[in-house]
Design a protein around this ligand. Structure first.
Ligand code: CS2
Ligand code: MN
Length: 357
């Protein structure tokens, strides 16, 4: 594995490449052209410039998170072929710049959903949190307003104001889209992009739906082992793989995370490691990465990744806000840096333990 950190680009991130460079063991960033819209073609010059900027700090680009998918592709409507064509050209431009991993998601309307961006924990830190009760009580159109005040003036991925202004329209688009339709549209998309992925050896890594169940009546398919295996088999190509995100699959306590990792051997191209602390099956917060602070056994999760021979980029996922840091919720420097160090500690212990046996 390679330890990485997500970075949104110098125009958007409160964390600098120089700071990331000083986190022990972090050698790469996972980044994006944050100001591009879903469906837009990424010009090679812009990718090249980003690459140079990252290289100047002594790091490199380990992958892209995300090249977002236009809703016409997810719904199978309108201009989907045109947007798929742009996606293919974007992949080609990434391939030419020697970038070989792309994370994306296939969630309708909303990306991840949390109901609080700054739940105060007993130690005074704040974390992102979710309760089903809050979602059930909320009109989806009000979702953005309800969390916007806690975004610390940043733009959060999947929650761009322009997008949220169109929520009603987006819901209407998905009116006739159920799980089966969404699977079919995903298949159509994957089949179209596999040739360019093969040509440039680009590993596509679908991110799970978060939380891993339907919210606001919208279909959600990347939620459990059965569905993810179905998705892999329907387009059976090694470049059609997954982002294993423990904090997203883990929202559903029925998901056995180490077991899922083992069943996805060879097809996990990217890993997000995050711990959650549950107060009830539908009330949880994003805990510090350390096992003792949350509900997951992080040793078992990292061990499963080690056991399947995972060699891709790994990143700590959302962190809490600690030590007074004001940043994009989930994406401050300090708690993620602690997470990166902890995960490397687990990895080293597992690796040395295995070698010495
Ligand atoms: C991320 C997702 O912040 C997060 O929760 O893990 O937003 C992820 O980047 C996207 O779903 C991938 O497209
Ligand atoms: Mn994730």
């Amino acid at each position: 594995m390679e330890m990485t950190l997500r970075w949104y680009g110098s125009k958007f991130d409160t964390v600098t490449l120089q700071q990331i460079r000083q986190i022990p063991g972090v050698t790469g960033v996972i980044t994006t052209l944050y100001d591009t819209q879903p469906g837009e073609l990424w010009e090679q010059e812009r990718i090249h410039a980003l690459k140079e900027e990252v290289a100047a700090s002594g790091l490199h680009i380990s992958g892209i998170e995300s090249v977002n998918i236009h809703d016409d592709i997810k719904t199978g409507l309108g201009r989907r072929d045109e947007y798929i064509d742009n996606y293919i050209k974007t992949l080609e431009n990434l391939g030419k710049e020697d970038i070989h991993m792309v994370c994306y998601n296939f969630m309708p309307v909303f990306d991840w959903t949390r109901t609080e961006l700054a739940r105060v924990l007993p130690d005074g830190s704040t974390a992102l949190a979710y309760t089903q009760e809050a979602v059930d009580a909320l009109d989806p159109e009000k979702m953005f307003e309800s969390i916007a005040g806690d975004m610390n003036g940043t733009v959060m991925p999947g929650w761009e104001p322009e997008r949220m202004a169109r929520v009603k329209e987006l819901f209407a688009l998905y009116k006739d889209v159920d799980d089966e339709k969404l699977f079919a549209n995903l298949k159509y998309f994957l089949e179209a992009i596999m040739p360019v992925c093969n040509k440039y050896d680009i590993n596509m890594a679908i991110h799970p739906d978060d939380p891993a169940w339907s919210v606001f009546g919208l279909p959600r398919i990347i939620i459990n082992e059965e569905n993810i295996l179905r998705m892999m088999h329907m387009v059976d190509d090694v470049h059609n793989g997954v982002t294993f995100c423990s904090g997203s699959y883990g929202t559903n306590l029925k998901n056995d995370l180490p077991h899922m990792i083992r069943s996805l051997k060879g097809r996990i191209h990217f890993a997000h490691v995050r711990n959650l602390k549950f107060h009830s099956p539908t009330n949880f917060e994003e805990a510090p990465h350390v096992s003792a602070c949350g509900s997951f056994d992080m040793y078992e999760i990292v061990k499963a990744l080690y056991d399947i021979g995972f060699t891709g980029p790994i990143r700590p996922d959302h962190g809490r806000s600690i030590w007074g840091e004001v940043a994009m919720p989930g994406y401050g420097l300090y708690d993620r840096a602690l997470g990166a160090t902890y995960i490397q500690g687990l990895w080293e212990a597992i690796e040395k333990g295995a070698i010495r046996k």
